[in-house]
Design a protein around this ligand. Structure first.
Ligand SMILES: *[C@@H]1O[C@H](CO)[C@@H](O)[C@H](O)[C@H]1NC(C)=O
Ligand SMILES: *[C@@H]1O[C@H](CO)[C@@H](O)[C@H](O)[C@H]1NC(C)=O
Ligand SMILES: *[C@@H]1O[C@H](CO)[C@@H](O)[C@H](O)[C@H]1NC(C)=O
Ligand SMILES: *[C@@H]1O[C@H](CO)[C@@H](O)[C@H](O)[C@H]1NC(C)=O
Ligand SMILES: *[C@@H]1O[C@H](CO)[C@@H](O)[C@H](O)[C@H]1NC(C)=O
Length: 737
């Protein structure tokens, strides 16, 4: 079990990629030879399309078997579609979607031309589809709506992952339309932007506390034509879906705090696509230039080395933008040869997504130890690690020589920056420690150890997140590497960071901790786990209600950036009581309490660890340092000038509809106990859900995932699993205002 699969997958991808790169006419060559999008209304998908297949417009009756059948059967009932003549040329809406704002005709994979009237010949279509990860069973085929982004908001058909929207609706998920007064008007280009509506007629509302995020509508070649159900690490798509259901997506770019660029970046060769997206954005809308070259623009890279996987020119091109990645290396690591990637305050480190298979392999859907009714084991072992040690995967030697990994690939020692090799060398035989390359009892081992080693791997590792969810205090090892949501999230409250030079004495560091200190770390894991798991996307696994999940944490970090643009991220907790409370998994203080809460938050933020070190360095007490921070004139102005309300939890639905379904069988048990008014269970559950120090109780928050889609694909439920009980994303339960 464990971590082999994704790495193998990565290796496979790399091999495939190099094959494709080596093969003339391969996928990347096709991408590279494609003209840039500037000024074009529609793209030529494949230059090699020679002959055009003429198709009789047979309407809905013209169902053919095999690839392309849906491409030919194109009748779309327009029911209650917005009226008005389409701004796109020809019969665009017959086969494609007209972006009415730009007058751009978007075509499904395999169709080209300014109105999508040209269809690739069947042989051509199959190889085109293969290059985009589609097989004959999905190529050009109408699929279940849930294979498309946000299920096309039930306003269109899903053709191999492309939303063929009903006429008048547009956007990658058909969320957009023109407001009636503009629909027949003479709006041209983005001057009509303010007239674009989101989920018209469905009472879509923005969350009051923001932030407001504008989502660019890029040509589908850039982000939709790949088989969305087979993408590895589809976090970008899941966040994209959730921006709408979370009430963050704004239609008018002039109101936006941030601009989300929905481009897939997973491996280094995706740089080409990022450059394409930037080029398109820059020439189509004024906002890239107007923000000084991409400031406040958000990109996501899910690769092991984050931003550092981009080509140098694309790093330069996007250097003013914010990159959301899993790789938090904030300075060069000379030994490993890693370059600084993460820029604190500009970029954000996101937690790995733990896919369903991984959740299952840790039995997290059945038995999270963080669940009030989860398994409790005595954590009698000091430290546990099982996983690859040598880069080449051969077993490390145990005869007392270092390097303990044979020089097969000539780079073993830089794998994991040699942290795994050295930790193994110094500690594999230590009494009451288990440091091995594999084990069959990984779950039990993590449940019965106090500390779990969380080193990096080739790049980012998952163990820092997994061990938190397993209630095991993570021990991080890589110098200069920031963990998910660090520095905004105080990792020093629930994890131990051992510097590389201290690896040989790691046992002394851990054994010097008093039992009550370890207990405090362990109890802090419950809140930390909420920030590190994408509960609103996946559903709850340890009884959490999603209010503090990774998505909401990202939203709060962005809210802070919008309200306090020049504030250093480690200071957020000092100046914003609502943020401090949020990071402690507590509801924001009531307005009357803000002054005292602010002082309290400041004191709490300065109480220990790194902030304390900072306070001592400036020769002041923690409280005094906090007071100084709050007293900065610029901050005072920001505070006074901020019209942004602090986030407030929205009343949970009273009608029995549940905000967040739970994968955990234990949640159901706990829910039953609560409804039969078992006081102990209820308070257990409340303290878990709302955070130990919170007075706020949450009643009846759990429901089964039984009604949620069981997806074999990876996009999961439209809008996130939190929305699985509604088709109308405008009425997806809101966790905050
Ligand atoms: C939208 O809100 C209005 C006024 O509150 C209400 O009459 C209407 O039914 C709502 N529509 C939907 C789709 O919820
Ligand atoms: C933005 O700047 C680039 C480079 O200076 C220029 O080519 C482009 O036309 C500008 N975009 C807009 C919308 O003005
Ligand atoms: C980023 O911002 C700097 C300073 O504001 C500016 O000089 C530079 O041209 C910008 N970079 C890009 C790629 O636009
Ligand atoms: C330990 O084993 C390695 C590999 O088998 C070998 O190269 C090395 O000489 C051994 N060291 C000792 C001290 O036996
Ligand atoms: C582990 O340590 C014990 C003594 O504590 C020693 O007898 C044994 O040989 C060591 N095993 C290995 C594989 O180094």
């Amino acid at each position: 079990m464990d971590f082999a699969t994704p790495q193998l997958f990565h290796v496979t991808l790399v091999i495939l990629t190099s094959l494709l790169l080596a093969a003339p006419g391969g996928a990347d060559k096709a991408w590279a030879s494609r003209p840039l999008l500037t000024g074009q209304r529609s793209l030529v998908v494949s230059k090699a399309v020679g002959t055009l297949k003429s198709i009789s417009p047979g309407g809905a009756g013209a169902q053919l078997d095999g690839p392309g059948s849906a491409l030919q059967a194109t009748s779309t009932s327009s029911g209650d579609s917005p009226r008005g003549p389409s701004k796109c040329p020809g019969e665009c809406t017959k086969y494609g979607t007209c972006n009415e704002e730009l007058g751009r005709c978007d075509c499904p994979l395999g169709r080209t031309g300014t109105d999508c009237s040209q269809l690739a010949p069947e042989a051509e279509l199959l190889s085109l589809c293969a290059r985009h990860g589609h097989t004959a069973s999905t190529c050009g085929i109408e699929l279940d709506l849930t294979s498309c982004l946000n299920a096309c908001n039930y306003r269109g058909r899903c053709i191999a992952g492309f939303c063929h929207c009903s006429p008048g609706f547009f956007g990658a998920d058909c969320a957009l339309s023109l407001a009636p007064e503009a629909a027949g008007g003479s709006g041209s280009g983005f001057t009509a932007a303010a007239a674009v509506e989101i989920l018209a007629g469905q009472n879509y509302t923005l969350r009051a506390s923001g932030p407001r995020i504008y989502v660019y509508e890029l040509p589908p070649e850039i982000n939709i034509h790949s088989n969305l159900d087979r993408l590895d690490r589809p976090l970008m798509y899941m966040i994209w879906q959730r921006l709408l259901s979370g009430g963050l997506r704004v239609a008018d770019p002039a109101q936006a705090d941030f601009f989300f660029v929905p481009v897939r970046a997973r491996l280094s060769y995706d740089s080409t696509r990022v450059a394409q997206a930037v080029s398109y954005i820059q020439s189509t809308w004024p906002y890239w230039n107007a923000t000084g070259g991409g400031e406040r623009h958000l990109f996501i890279h899910t690769g092991d080395w984050g931003r550092d996987e981009l080509s140098e020119d694309v790093q330069l091109l996007t250097r003013n933008a914010s990159w959301l990645t899993h790789w938090g290396l904030a300075r060069n690591h000379d030994f490993a040869g890693w370059l600084q990637s993460h820029r604190p305050g500009r970029d954000i480190v996101l937690p790995m997504m733990l896919q369903a298979s991984l959740l299952a392999s840790y039995r997290l859907t059945k038995s999270s130890p963080l669940h009030p009714r989860g398994p409790r084991r005595t954590r009698s072992r000091t430290l546990f690690f099982a996983g690859r040690v040598c880069g080449s995967r051969v077993p490390p030697t145990t005869n007392g020589t270092f390097p303990n990994c044979p020089d097969v690939l000539a780079k073993e020692d830089s794998y994991s920056a040699a942290t795994r090799q050295r930790a193994f060398f110094h500690h594999h035989n230590r009494t009451n420690w288990k440091v091995v390359t594999s084990t069959r009892t990984q779950v039990i081992d993590m449940l019965s150890s106090k500390f779990c080693l969380a080193p990096s791997g080739s790049g980012m590792g998952k163990r820092s997140v997994v061990s938190v969810l397993m209630g095991c205090v993570p021990v991080t090892l890589t110098d200069g590497l920031m963990q998910p949501f660090e520095p905004e999230l105080r990792w020093d409250r629930f994890a131990i960071d051992v510097r590389e030079r201290d690896i040989p004495i790691m046992h002394q560091i851990l054994e010097a901790l008093r039992a009550d200190q370890v207990a405090e770390f362990q109890s802090n894991l419950r809140c930390a786990a909420q920030h590190l798991f994408w509960s609103s996307l996946y559903g709850s696994v340890f009884g959490e209600d999603g209010r503090y999940d990774a998505f909401e944490t990202l939203v709060q970090v962005l809210r802070m950036r919008a309200v306090y643009p020049s504030l250093a991220p480690e200071e957020y907790g000092y100046v914003d009581p609502a943020f401090a409370a949020f990071m402690n998994c507590q509801e924001p203080p009531l307005p009357g309490d803000v002054a005292s809460a602010r002082a309290g938050a400041a004191a709490a933020a300065g109480a220990s660890g790194r902030a304390n070190a900072r306070a001592e360095a400036s020769g002041a007490s923690a409280a005094a340092a906090a007071a100084l921070d709050v007293g900065k004139p610029a901050l005072q102005q920001v505070l006074a000038g901020s019209d942004r309300p602090a986030p407030r939890p929205r009343g949970l639905p009273q009608d029995g509809r549940q905000p967040l379904c739970s994968h955990s069988e234990l949640s159901l048990l706990a829910g039953e106990s609560v409804s039969s008014s078992s006081g102990a269970d209820a308070s257990d559950r409340r303290s878990l859900v709302a955070g130990d120090a919170s007075g706020g109780g949450v009643e009846g928050v759990f429901s089964s995932c039984g009604r949620c889609m069981k997806r074999r694909g990876r996009l999961l439920n439209p809008g996130g699993t939190i929305c699985c009980n509604t088709r109308d994303l405008a009425s997806c339960p809101r966790l905050w205002d």
